[in-house]
Design a protein around this ligand. Structure first.
Ligand SMILES: [Zn+2]
Ligand SMILES: [Zn+2]
Length: 210
């Protein structure tokens, strides 16, 4: 029984960012505004970027500039330091041959850092077992409250990749859950129907910065 509870908790703790609305993903509403979230964060954080496969080191380095602008829209007081790691081949154990995809939860196990936050970056389609599907294409996967994300631009419109990364970062660093407001960055990707994502939060509280 204890194991079952542990498993269920783990499942709930993984936030799926998919193309269809995830019922029950919306967190309890709180009266505190997004500004309180900004005020708390005045630290220095190291962001590690781990490119996989044909995602090049140069692309990751170019990404740091727009990512820095994106992160500062939410956390203007934080100084981010970026470390681009040497690209690694996509791990064989993450490959899902029937659909030529890579399993996001397995990829997550291949990245980690003791400090700061790490993003695994790939151009390949990534997937996760959700919505009754054994293998469902997603854009990013982050354990709520964790310090690592895997993100893919395969399903992401060109202008939306940085917003997707910042969205995933908030799932991790501030334990943010999904929001029903379609104009809010924390809205599930599916609910906004591919419209351009703005890096701004609605007036709801989206978690607490650690
Ligand atoms: Zn999400
Ligand atoms: Zn919101």
């Amino acid at each position: 029984m204890k194991n079952l509870i542990l498993t269920l908790t783990l499942m709930l703790a993984i936030t799926r960012c998919s193309h269809t609305p995830a019922a029950g993903d919306t967190s309890a509403k709180d009266a505190a505004g997004a500004s309180s979230l900004r005020e708390k964060n005045s630290l220095e954080t190291t962001i590690y970027l781990q490119p996989f496969g044909n995602f090049t080191e140069q692309e990751a380095k170019r990404l740091t500039k727009s990512l820095d602008e994106g992160l500062h829209k939410i956390f203007p007081k934080v100084t981010y330091k970026y470390v681009v790691l040497a690209p690694k081949p996509l791990p064989e154990d993450s490959y899902y041959k029937p659909r030529n995809r890579y399993l996001a939860d397995v990829l997550l196990k291949h990245i980690g850092t003791d400090n700061g936050f790490i993003f695994g970056l790939t151009h390949k389609d990534i997937s996760f077992k959700i919505h009754g599907h054994e293998n469902y294409g997603i854009m990013g996967l982050t354990r709520v409250g964790g310090n690592r994300s895997i993100v893919s631009d395969f399903r992401v419109g060109k202008n939306n990749f940085v917003p997707v990364i910042v969205h995933e970062y908030l799932h991790g660093v501030s334990s943010a859950q999904h929001c029903e407001n379609q104009d809010c960055l924390m809205c599930d990707y599916s609910a906004r129907k591919n419209k351009k994502m703005e890096i701004k939060l609605c007036s709801e509280k989206h978690g607490t910065i650690r």
